[in-house]
Write a protein that binds this ligand. Structure first.
Ligand code: BV8
Length: 253
């Protein structure tokens, strides 16, 4: 693994257009359960993929908004971990070298931004922004739980608030898709970090990057749907592997 980390660090030192796709695994060491682990305790009887849909919200807005507010409050008490921090430092270093790193995250917890990453596209929205179902206007709820579920909208008498996340069956934000297109078009190094690579469209982007000649890397303690496709599979936790990749990059400068 040391040789692989060394090789990826050297590639990062030479890369000029890096794309990083992250998933829930990057936040696991911040004690935020991954998407498929989220269903424990209170939520054991629910299926995350069924709750994260417009249909579930239409049928049972109380349960859905209670689940999302529970997750939102959990994120407010979480801290970025060494994996988030290493990704932010790698972005800075690549910028200093005249390159750019674009971070396309599936996560809705906001931890990459809190860690200092700047060129971030929140592909699936954010738990920290909620919007009125009538006007579409967004608000950032405070640090306390909503008083009632579903929370009433402050913008329209007959509206309620929903989380500004992308549910299954919903389109990704135009701006995020545009950022992904631009970044993937010219990327010379593609990293997939902490994702099972099962959810589209981001799950397919490793193939796009590879087809355009990018070197591809995965960081995950387990095999995933794309392990067989990447050039380098770094088997480990992102909070442990990413700081070592950063060190290898700095040693190569
Ligand atoms: C869309 C926000 C147009 C809400 C989420 C093509 C083929 C098949 C299906 C489709 C397709 N195109 C579209 C679809 C349908 C669907 C889809 O992909 N379905 C899947 C299930 C097959 N996609 C959509 O609906 C998307 N919209 O494409 O619009 C359209 C629509 C319909 C039909 C056609 C076109 C919208 C998808 C967004 C859904 N919203 N989140 C919320 O958070 O509640 S998805 C949600 O689940 C997450 O955001 C994330 O994307 C996904 C979970 O994936 P991961 O992040 O990877 O998490 P997971 O738990 O799975 O895995 C964790 C990984 O971490 C593991 O690998 C583990 O080993 C690793 N790990 C653990 N610890 C660590 C670690 N790694 C590193 N370090 C550690 N310490």
């Amino acid at each position: 693994m040391d040789d692989a980390i060394q090789a990826v660090g050297e590639r990062l030192a030479q890369a000029r257009h890096v794309v990083v796709v992250t998933g829930a695994g990057v936040s696991a060491e911040s004690h935020i359960p991954t998407f498929r682990d989220t269903m424990h305790g209170l939520w054991a009887e629910f299926d995350a993929e069924k709750l994260a849909t417009p249909e579930a919200f239409a049928t049972d807005p109380e349960t859905v908004t209670r689940w999302y507010d529970w997750r939102r409050l959990g994120c407010l008490h979480a801290e970025p971990n060494p994996g988030h921090l290493a990704l932010a430092e790698i972005e800075r270093r690549i910028g200093d070298l005249g390159g750019k790193l674009t971070l396309l995250t599936q996560n809705v917890d906001g931890l990459h931004l809190r860690a200092g990453s700047r060129r971030v596209a929140e592909l699936h929205g954010s738990l920290h922004r909620w919007r009125c179902t009538k006007t579409g206007k967004e608000t950032r709820p405070g640090p306390e739980a909503f008083e009632t579920y579903p929370p009433p909208s402050p913008f329209a008498e007959d509206g309620m608030l929903r989380p500004s996340v992308v549910w299954f069956g919903e389109m990704l934000p135009e701006q995020a898709l545009r950022a992904a297109d631009e970044a993937l078009w010219s990327c010379d190094l593609f990293l997939s970090v902490g994702t099972s690579s099962l959810v589209h469209p981001s799950a397919g982007w490793v193939h796009l990057a590879s087809a355009r000649g990018a070197v591809t890397v995965e960081v995950n303690p387990e095999e995933t749907a794309i392990t067989g496709e990447v050039d380098w599979a770094l088997r480990g936790k992102s909070g442990e592997v990413m700081p070592r990749v950063l060190d290898a990059m700095l040693a190569s400068l």
